[in-house]
Design a protein around this ligand. Structure first.
Ligand SMILES: Cc1cc2nc3c(=O)[nH]c(=O)nc-3n(C[C@H](O)[C@H](O)[C@H](O)COP(=O)(O)O)c2cc1C
Length: 255
């Protein structure tokens, strides 16, 4: 079987994932916060045949050693909208954490981005493990099992909302004066331990149907979540052996 390597560009912080990359003498510090520089990077990745951009999110300033730059990227949903407009083929995976977000808002934003980008959007669904960031949103972070329990509920709600509109529900038939076939628009009614929603998104299907789901991490909970919901997993891998362990773990839990 022939295998194809898929390459993505990580846009996970002000100057990249390496927190001390900004100290490199050749790096122009004016590229943050300069969104034109991010757009140029996205366009170069697209020209270079990268499959996707990965926008991480650690949405609060957490005081630390002065010489490291952790997180500090601009807000990924807003960034994705502008990147979508400035590119035409590359996939865009934006991170939003389930611990401090609202499923209906997230489903609506990602579906909008998926329509706007012509079906190139992915949600990097993480729980968000930093209690200081949670506090910034006014949320107390639960222990690991409850974080993931909520993430399961959250993801299912989002997927259900994304399928609100049937494939041919949008009619826009002027002569019959029929905008939509509402028999094909499902209202969800979901009440779980952590979340509830009764409603349907007001957004017709995108070209790819639903945004793709990414997940990232390396813990047993990450692998279990990815096996259940993710189309793509980015592992936490420093050695070949760790990579193999994550791949084997994933293969054993894939549904
Ligand atoms: C490549 C990679 C990217 C990640 N990106 C984010 C991110 O943008 N935001 C975030 O809150 N967590 C991110 N994480 C953290 C994981 O989702 C996860 O919370 C972490 O590995 C700890 O595992 P746990 O949640 O099971 O405790 C990332 C992890 C990896 C390996």
């Amino acid at each position: 079987m022939s295998k194809q390597m898929l390459i993505g560009l990580g846009m996970t912080g002000a100057f990249g994932a390496n927190q001390r990359a900004w100290l490199d003498p050749s790096l122009d510090v004016k590229t943050h916060p300069d969104f034109d520089a991010d757009i140029r990077a996205a366009q170069l990745a697209e020209q270079g045949k990268f499959q996707f951009l990965f926008l991480g999110d650690f949405p609060a300033t957490v005081p630390q050693d002065n010489s490291v730059v952790g997180g500090m990227a601009l807000e990924p949903i807003v960034a994705s909208a502008l990147i979508a407009q400035a590119t035409s083929r590359i996939g865009i995976a934006a991170t939003v954490a389930t611990s401090w977000s609202i499923p209906y808002t997230l489903a609506r934003q990602f579906k909008t981005l998926d329509v706007m980008s012509g079906g190139r959007m992915a949600w990097n669904a993480v729980t968000g493990a930093n209690p200081q960031i949670a506090q910034a949103f006014g949320v107390m972070l639960g222990d690991s099992p409850s974080r993931y329990e909520k993430a399961y509920e959250f993801t299912e709600m989002v997927q259900n909302l994304w399928s609100s509109w049937g494939e041919t529900a949008l009619k826009t038939d002027k002569s019959a004066q029929i905008f939509a076939d509402y028999n094909q628009v499902k209202t969800i009614a979901q009440k779980g331990k952590h979340l509830q929603s009764v409603g349907a998104l007001p957004i017709p299907p995108s070209k790819q149907g639903q945004p793709v789901i990414f997940h990232s991490g390396g813990s047993p909970n990450n692998i279990a979540y990815a096996g259940r919901y993710a189309n793509v997993m980015i592992g936490e891998v420093w050695t070949i052996e760790q990579g193999q362990a994550i791949r084997n773990g994933l293969a054993s839990v894939c549904h």
